[in-house]
Each structure stands twice: as C-alpha cells, then as structure tokens.
Unconditional design. Structure first.
Length: 153
C-alpha cells in the first residue's frame, strides 16, 4: 500500500498589506508576496453606500425641506425619511468599521502565525523545564496551528 503524506499548506509570503486598487470601488485588498501584488483577500467595504446616504442626508433631505410646502404631513414624511437614512448610515458605518478590522486581522495573519509558532516553542520549553501548567495552553496553540495546516485542530 502506497501511503502519501498530506502536504502542508503553503502561504503567500508575508508581510501582507492593505491596499485599494484604482478603479475598484468598495473593496480593500490584502496583498502579499515580494511587492504586495499577490491578492490574498478582497474585503467588501461600504464607502459608496455611505457617500450616497450622506448625500441624501446632507443634500437631498434639506432640499426637500426647503422646497416642500411645509405642512405637518410633508414634514412628518421628510422626518421619517431622515430617520431611516440616519439608521442606514449608522449601520453601514458599523459594517465599514468591521470590514476594515477584518482586513487588518487578515493582513496580520502571517505575523500572528509566526508568533503562534514561537509561543508553542516557548510553551514546550517550559513544559520540558518542569512547568506542567503550560500543557493545556500548548495543546490549544497546537490545535490552532493544526487548523492553519489544514487539519481539524
């Protein structure tokens, strides 16, 4: 019987960096390799949606207020539109912050992996020196490293 070993995953060399590509809207790229041109991840952002809602809030709605015959019904409709736009803007700004945080985390992955490997070595050294309290933590680190290498962890 011919047994073959599963190859360990190879990664785009770090460091990885965040960038925007000219002409590509609503997207952050995480690139790696020697010059950062190997795209590792493409993260959707919400910049255009935010700009559109800001235009609605700061241009369209004020214009509606000034041109509308301000009676209680039309004022209530405009107030309702403004409230919905503010809620959409708040949600998109939250999603934008989250997307950027995710992109930064992905960009830091090679450094995090290297530090995790070093931490595993330090824990092994502690265990070999008689510190039995580090066993569980080393096992957790090894589980994470196994996930990275394509195992279940």
């Amino acid at each position: 019987m011919n047994l073959t070993k599963e190859k360990h995953a190879t990664f785009t060399p770090g460091p990885w960096q965040l960038s925007c590509i000219d002409g590509v809207e609503d997207s952050l790229m995480v690139g790696g390799g020697d010059d950062g041109s190997d795209i590792v991840a493409d993260i959707r952002t919400h910049e255009n949606d935010i700009l559109n809602i800001q235009a609605e809030l700061y241009d369209d709605i004020p214009s509606m207020r000034s041109s509308a015959h301000v009676n209680s019904d039309s004022a209530k409709k405009i107030d309702k539109l403004e409230k919905k736009a503010e809620e959409r803007l708040a949600e998109l700004e939250r999603k934008e912050k989250e997307a950027r945080a995710n992109a930064r985390l992905i960009a830091a992955a090679p450094d995090l992996l290297a530090q995790c490997k070093e931490f595993e070595k330090c824990l092994t050294h502690l265990i070999n020196s008689g510190d039995s309290g580090a066993d569980l933590e080393r096992d957790k680190v090894r589980e994470v490293l196994a996930k990275v290498d394509g195992g279940e962890g």
